[in-house]
Design a protein around this ligand. Sequence first.
Ligand code: G1P
Length: 302
Amino acid sequence: MNRKIKNSATRIRKAVIPAAGLGTRFLPATKALPKEMLPIVDIPTIQYIVEEAVESGIEEILIITNSTKHVMENHFDKNYELEERLKASGKMKQLEQIDEIANLANIFYIRQKEPKGLGDAILCAKSFIGDEPFAVLLGDDVVVNEGGKAALKQLIDQYEETRASIVGVQTVDKKDVSKYGIVAPSQSHPASGRLVKLSDMVEKPATDQAPSQMAVLGRYVLNPEIFELLETQGRGAGNEIQLTDAIKRLMDRQAVYAYDFEGIRYDVGDKFGFIKATIDFSLKREDLKDKVQEYINTLVTK
Ligand code: G1P
């Protein structure tokens, strides 16, 4: 009986998706349109993230927004007028599709008042999360693991074993380390498969100062003690309140791990990453793949 209560209290049920960024890397498209609504083929990037959370067993999602992001809220809501019109014109497949989006998950929204950084955005989720471990998914990182477990689910499974905070990592090129949070594996604890205990974490280090090439790529499972640390977290890299810096301080109190998750990760916050995702995703679509492949072939032979 007690065991059951403990399990339900520590199961990862809630996720936070920060989506209050300005999207400056995608201007002018993001002048009036939230970057999270840019579609890969015909699905907005934020929907892929929400779907991954749901697939990983998440029941409640808090999206951190700002005053320019209403469109995103509308996307996950019912749209009665559109539904009526689709019904009237017999477009049942499309009707089903838009209805499904509104029923994906319980989604809540809160606004970050000022763009003070990722750490500050996560702190906005404090009262929503309360005293339970939770997940964080960043919208710029879309991960595909065909035929395998979703990236977040891989981290959640590790949390079930360790009960410790875990960041999702993959190895990046040396020239790219300064774009990411980079982890330092603990020297005294040998890695066990893809799981490694950490001794340090640095946000956007200079290439010659990075403790490794293992970069945090937008997936976290965190214990709620992180909030106390975020509350007192000073500004760091880019003069922003960094989640990485608070996780580093968490290591003084409890173990923190990195998990080298399986899957292909697309940086859809970057123009080239976004184009790669568009090509790869369209090549997997039954309705598009032949046409797209044929078109690519004509480019290659030019
Ligand atoms: C954020 C995090 C960074 C992480 C990156 C991955 O940085 O602060 O630690 O490696 O996302 O996507 P941003 O890309 O928002 O500057």
